[in-house]
Design a protein around this ligand. Structure first.
Ligand code: PNS
Length: 165
């Protein structure tokens, strides 16, 4: 039986921590779907189309990585896709409580789906999309923490936001 895994999230923006988990997942599972939650945030920095385009470009060399979007309950999407596994990244103990609650709630909603936690490489263990957006918008350097394409798009995005004010 081939194993299909779903790696869900907002990915606003994709970080090198996400990339690390997806590459590990692509080695472990037959296929991994990067599933982007539609409407996770009321005012995302990157539109869904931009996030899909970025991830599609970053993972075009990995044929078993697919990019998709979903709405509603994650377990319903996972079942619809006939996937068996939800992948989540665990960076630090502080992630644990929220992830533990989600994993057990998802198990209660659908006992056939297993959540698998993976640790990113330690150099990415403190990165989050929220921190990247904050640091970059205040002029900090995020080189090496996000894919080059994301850095480039962040630069353009911030420039166009500044031009508007
Ligand atoms: O990028 P994030 O915030 O880590 O991703 C969170 C995500 C998308 C995995 C979570 O919010 C989610 O699964 N949302 C879909 C709605 C749902 O199923 N909620 C119940 C989760 S127990």
């Amino acid at each position: 039986m081939s194993t299909l895994a779903v790696y869900p999230g907002s990915f606003d923006p994709l970080t090198n921590g996400h990339v690390d988990i997806i590459e590990r997942g692509a080695r472990l599972f037959d296929r991994i779907v990067v599933a982007m939650l539609v409407n996770a945030e009321k005012s995302p920095l990157f539109s869904m189309a931009e996030r899909v385009e970025i991830a599609g470009t970053v993972f075009k060399h990995l044929p078993n990585v697919e990019i998709d979007t979903f709405e509603g309950l994650l377990v319903d999407y996972v079942e619809r896709r006939k996937a068996q596994v939800i992948v989540r990244g665990l960076r630090a103990v502080s992630d644990f409580e929220y992830e533990f609650q989600m994993a057990l709630m998802n198990r209660r909603l659908n006992g056939n789906i297993e959540t698998v936690f993976m640790m990113p490489a330690e150099q990415y263990s403190y990165i989050s999309s929220r921190l990247i957006k904050e640091v970059f918008s205040l002029g900090g350097r995020v080189h090496g923490l996000v894919p080059d394409m994301v850095e480039e798009r962040l630069r353009k995005k911030v420039a166009s936001l500044k031009a508007r004010v």
